[in-house]
Design a protein around this ligand. Structure first.
Ligand code: HEC
Ligand code: HEC
Length: 391
C-alpha cells in the first residue's frame, strides 16, 4: 500500500518536473534570467558627502537636511531596492510585454529619455517629456510628475502601469504578471519576509529603488568637498567653470542669473514653495502644468515642477515638453527669451515686474554651460546596481 502511494507520488513528481523518459533526473531546470550579485548591492547607505548634510550658512539652504521625502513606512533597504530594480526593468509588466519603466527612464541618459516625447507600449506618444529620477528623494514636497499630480512617490510608481499610453495594465494585471514569474517569490521574501505579491509591496520596492538613485560624485562634488561653501572658487574647476558657478549662484542684482533661487541645495532641486514658472510661454493653453492638479489656485497655472539639475548634460532635451535641444538653448532662453506669463517667478522679473533680460556676454553663456556640465556624475549612468539585471 505505502509502496504504491510512493510510486504514484514519484511518477506524479516526475511528470510535474518533466523528467527525462526512463530516468529520474529532471530536464534542464528553468534558467534564472536574472543577473543579480551573490551579495546584494548597497542601496540603503548613501554615504553622503558632508556638504550634503551641513548647511554652508549664508543665504539659501545648501544642505539637503529636512528635504528627504522618504516616509517612515518605507525606508530604503538593500533587498527592497533590489526587488525594485528587477520590477523597474521587467518588460513583462506592460500589456504586450514590450516596455518597462527603464524604456523611458534610461540609465545611460541619467534615467531620462532622448526622445522629446517617449513611446509607450503601442508606440503612442507620452504627453510630456520623460523626467530624470536622480535625487527624486530630495524634492521636499514629495509630489511627482511635471504637474505634481502624484502626492507621493509610492503613489506615482503605480501610475505608469495603468497609463493607457505607457504600459496599458490594470493593477490586478500587474500583480498577476509578477506572481507568474519564477524569480519573484525569492525577491519578495527577502524584501518583505514572505512571497505575497501586492501592489502596495510593488510600489514600495519601486520607490526604494528610485530613492537610491542619488548623485554625489560629480566634478562639482570633488570641488565642493575642498571648500567651505558653494560660493568659494573650487580648486578643481577651470576659471570658466568657476565664473559659471558664480553666475548660477548670484541673484540678478549682483550680476548673476538667480538660478540657485529655484534650483536649490546641493541636490540642485527646488525645495519650497514647489512648482515654478520660468517664462517659457507667455500664456498657458494646452498644458496648465500644476494648474491642472490644483485648479482652485490660479497661482499654479503654468507652473511646473523644478526637478534636479544634477546630470543635466545627459538628460536633453529640456523642459516639460522637451522644447530645448541643448543647454546652450536653455541658457539663451534665460538670457533673452523669458516671457511675461502671469505666474512668472519673481526671481526672473526686474524691478518693474517685467521679464528680466540678462544681457549675458558670449563668454558668460559659455561659462554657465560649462558649470552645468560639472554636475554630471557618470557613476549614476553606469553603475551596475542601477543597471538592467535581465542580461
Ligand atoms: C512610455 C514612457 C514611460 C514609461 C514606460 C514610464 N515612464 Fe515614468 N515618466 C515618463 C514621462 C513622460 C514622465 C513625465 C510625465 C508627466 O509629468 O506628465 C514620467 C515621470 C516619472 C516620474 C516623476 C519624476 C519626478 O521627479 O516627478 C517618476 C518617478 C517615474 N516616471 C517613474 C516611472 C516608473 C517607476 C515606471 C514604471 C512603473 C515608469 N516611470 C514608466 C515616461 C515613462
Ligand atoms: C523662477 C524659478 C527658476 C529660476 C530662477 C531658474 N529656473 Fe531653471 N527651471 C525652472 C522650472 C520651473 C523649470 C521646468 C520648466 C518646465 O519644464 O516647464 C526649469 C528648468 C530648467 C532646466 C531644464 C531642466 C530639465 O530637466 O529639462 C535647466 C537646464 C534650467 N532650468 C537651468 C536654469 C538656469 C541655468 C537658471 C539661471 C539662469 C535657471 N534655470 C533659473 C525654474 C527656474
Amino acid at each position: 500500500m505505502k509502496k504504491s502511494i510512493l510510486f504514484v507520488l514519484g511518477s506524479l513528481f516526475c511528470w510535474l518536473a518533466a523528467c527525462d523518459k526512463g530516468t529520474d533526473t529532471p530536464v534542464t531546470p528553468v534558467i534564472n534570467p536574472l543577473n543579480l550579485p551573490a551579495t546584494v548591492f548597497n542601496y540603503a547607505n548613501l554615504n553622503l558627502p558632508s556638504h550634503f548634510t551641513t548647511n554652508a550658512g549664508a543665504g539659501l539652504p545648501s544642505s539637503i537636511n529636512g528635504m528627504d521625502n522618504t516616509p517612515a513606512s518605507n525606508p530604503v533597504t538593500n533587498d527592497g531596492a533590489t526587488l525594485g530594480r528587477v520590477l523597474f526593468y521587467d518588460k513583462n509588466l506592460s500589456s504586450n510585454r514590450t516596455i518597462a519603466c527603464a524604456s523611458c527612464h534610461v540609465q545611460t541618459k541619467s534615467f531620462s529619455d532622448t526622445a522629446t516625447l517617449s513611446k509607450g507600449f503601442l508606440n503612442g506618444n507620452t504627453r510630456r517629456h520623460s523626467m530624470t529620477l536622480i535625487n527624486a528623494r530630495y524634492y521636499q514636497r514629495g509630489r511627482f510628475f511635471w504637474d505634481e499630480r502624484a502626492a507621493t512617490l509610492e503613489e506615482q510608481v503605480l501610475m505608469p502601469f495603468q497609463d493607457a499610453v505607457e504600459m496599458g495594465m490594470t493593477l490586478t494585471g500587474v500583480v498577476e504578471r509578477v506572481t507568474a514569474q519564477t524569480y519573484y517569490p525569492d525577491l519578495f521574501t527577502k524584501a518583505f519576509g514572505d512571497k505575497t505579491v501586492t501592489s502596495d509591496r510593488i510600489a514600495k520596492a519601486l520607490a526604494q529603488f528610485i530613492r537610491s538613485i542619488v548623485s554625489t560624485n560629480a566634478k562639482y562634488d570633488l570641488g565642493r568637498a575642498q571648500v567651505n561653501g558653494p560660493g568659494a572658487p573650487f580648486p578643481n574647476f577651470t576659471a570658466e567653470e568657476n565664473t559659471g558657478k558664480q553666475f548660477f549662484l548670484q541673484p540678478i542684482a549682483q550680476g548673476g542669473g538667480a538660478c540657485f533661487g529655484c534650483h536649490t541645495t546641493e541636490a540642485f532641486i527646488n525645495d519650497v514653495p514647489g512648482p515654478a514658472n520660468n517664462g517659457i510661454d507667455a500664456v498657458s493653453t494646452t498644458d496648465l502644468g500644476a494648474g491642472e492638479t490644483f485648479p482652485q489656485l490660479a497661482i499654479f497655472k503654468g507652473r511646473f515642477k523644478t526637478s534636479t539639475l544634477r546630470n543635466i548634460a545627459q538628460t536633453a532635451p529640456y523642459m516639460h515638453d522637451g522644447r530645448f535641444k541643448t543647454l546652450e538653448e536653455v541658457v539663451e532662453h534665460y538670457n533673452s527669451g523669458i516671457k511675461n506669463h502671469p505666474t512668472l517667478g519673481n526671481a526672473l522679473k526686474d524691478a518693474n515686474g517685467n521679464p528680466i533680460r540678462m544681457n549675458m556676454t558670449a563668454a558668460q553663456k559659455a561659462a554657465l554651460v560649462a558649470f552645468l556640465k560639472t554636475l554630471t556624475d557618470t557613476g549614476v549612468a553606469t553603475e551596475e546596481k542601477w543597471s538592467n539585471p535581465f542580461k
